[in-house]
Design a protein. Sequence first.
Length: 429
Amino acid sequence: MKQSNLKFFIILMIFVSCDGVFAQNQKQQIILQESERLLELNLFSPLKYDRGYKWLSVGMGGYLKQYYSRDTFITFKGARYSSKLKVDLGHAIDWFGEHQLSDGYIPIWYRETTPEKDLVDLNMYLTAPYNRSEQEGGMRQVDHVEQFIEAIYEDYNITKDRVVLERRYIWAEKAWRYLDQLTNDNLITTKRTVYAGPDWADQINRSGKAAFVNAYWYHVTALMGEMSDLVAKPEKRDMYKSKAQVIAKEFNTLFWRKGRPTNCDFDVMEYYTAWVDEEAESGDYFELDSNSLAIAVGLPDSARRKHLLDQIRENFDYYVNPVGATRVLCGTYHARHGTAQPEMAHNGGYWYIVSYFLAAALNRHTNEYGDLLDKLHERTNRAVMDAGNEGLNEWYDFSGRPLGGKTYSWSIAFPLYLNGIRLQLNTTP
């Protein structure tokens, strides 16, 4: 073990040897502090963060100042539990709102490439891959626009500032209308491209109607109803809530399957399939991110939820590696469905972004599956303990070997998220 972590390890072992909620809460507070330190060290270092302009670099990159929208919003899910960082990450919501396109779209990536004196060359990237246009095979992705709406709602839950919410509500509505114009039969539909998919797993072309994108679509539509109520817009509240019910019905009708998913060696199961494409080949895979997100936002009924979470319980060590990162799917995707090689990156790799959704699903049903959340908690805390100043990587393999970008912000923020929701659980009467 690294010498710098010896004191931290000794303190942890003291708390491990103690019983009771108090000791557990104290242990989690230590993990929160260490995760917060790592995130501040790597996210807000002087070379990457100009507090005058409120720029921050999310993830690692070769440019001085940059914003990845998706990475920022996922990082915020954890950083909002940090008293030090939630204000700065909350400010990023305003920054993206001010740079929202007229049609409501949020670009995937902004970067400043000529930071000399007062001269700023702010480059905007609308598609993935960033070096292609839509005419050249790039695509406007979807999930980060949904996460923008989610971040607005989650930030309100921290601040309870209705004045700020009223101002941001305009941005949220524009983003929602952009998403709504992508719908076909009430669900979002995206076109297939050989270069990228519609969401964070951009090397997998989950086209047509993708379960991950549409589980989020239901979620943010329901959140728009909640926000409309908060800003005293009852007619819009009723419209959004009614729309959310329609989306939920369509989602459960279209995506639910019973069978053996493609390339999955486990027994016949019931699950939400990965994507349904009327113009190309559908993807009959069991994905952890899609199914966990669906559970977390309340889409399945109790019987379906049990089928899904029991499948995860029975194969927990396959789906969650020793450092608490979660596998993208059972098995691997066919080569024709993406550019990643089997067991690499999105095609079988283990990501903390998937762990966010798994943790949220387990946290919603702790009476039955709290022991799995405890396992995830233990493995993730061990990863933080061993990280030193190097942070946590973008993704990992089955054994827990770090791969991808180093000191990746959404990975470092995951322990903040996990310990934050666990502290809330332990202190809830």
